[in-house]
Write a protein that binds this ligand. Sequence first.
Ligand code: ATP
Ligand code: MG
Length: 257
Amino acid sequence: MGKMKILSVNSLNKTFETEKNIKTQVLEDISFDVEEGDFIAIMGPSGSRISTLLYNISGMDKPTSGNIEIDGMDISKLDEDGLADVRLHKFGYVFQQPRLLKTLTVEENIMLAASVLNKEDKSVMQRKCNSLMEKAGIKELARRDISTLSGGQAQRVSICRSMMNDPKVIFADEPTGALNSRTSDEVMELFVGMNKSGSTIMLVTHDSKVAAKASQVWFLLDGQIYQKVELGQWDQSSQSLLKRQEQVNEIITKLEV
Ligand SMILES: Nc1ncnc2c1ncn2[C@@H]1O[C@H](COP(=O)(O)OP(=O)(O)OP(=O)(O)O)[C@@H](O)[C@H]1O
Ligand SMILES: [Mg+2]
C-alpha cells in the first residue's frame, strides 16, 4: 500500500520586481510531492531562497505561477481570505523567533488558534492542549507569562500551538536557528517524536545536525531543487546521526563554495 499524497507542488515559479520593471526569478519550475508522515529538511547555501520556497508552498506567500494542492485542493488561486482559512485549518507554522502573544499565558497561546476555529468545545481543547504540553515537557509552565520563558521553552510552546488544529503539514523556518545546541536538541527531539506519531513536517535549516534528524534532505540551489537525499527515519542513536550528518555536510559544503 502506497502512502497518502498530502501536498503536491507543480511547476512553481516565483519572481520579484526588485526595481521598477526589473524582475528577478527566485524560484524556478519547482515540482514535488509530499506524502503523509514525511519529514523533510530543506537546506541550501545562505540566500538560496529556502525560506521563500517554504512561504510559497505553505500559503504564506503567493507563487507567480504553478499549482499547490493540499488534500486535493488547489490553493494557488485562493484570495487572502481563502488562504487564511487554509493556514488555520490545514497547516501549522513554527518560526525562528517564536511568535507568541506576551499578554497571554503559555496555555492561552497554545489554545489561541483553536479557539478562533471554535469547532470543538473548550474541554476538548483543554485536554488536547494538556497532552501536547505534556509531550513537550512544558506542562508545569502552563500558567506562566511568555516573558519568563527561555528560548527553548518558548519554541516548544510554538510547536504545541502549531499542533492544536491537527495540521496536515507543519512548516518550520529555522526553528532551532536562535537556540543553543542543547535546547536545539530538545526542540528537535520534539519534532522527531511528532513525526514518529505521524505528523508530516517540512523544516528549513542551515544546521546539518538538525537536517540529519529528518528522513529526507532536499538541497536548494539557485531557486531549484538541486538534489534530494533519502536518509530514512532516524533510529535516534548518536552513532547513526554522525554518519547522516557527514552525508549532509558533504553535499552542503560542496554547494557553499
Ligand atoms: N519580497 C521580496 N522582494 C524582493 N526580493 C526578495 C523578497 N523576498 C526575498 N527576496 C530575495 O530572495 C532572496 C532569498 O530570500 P530567502 O529569505 O528565501 O533566502 P534564504 O535562503 O532563506 O536565506 P537565509 O539563509 O539568509 O535565511 C533574498 O536575498 C532576496 O534577494
Ligand atoms: Mg531564510
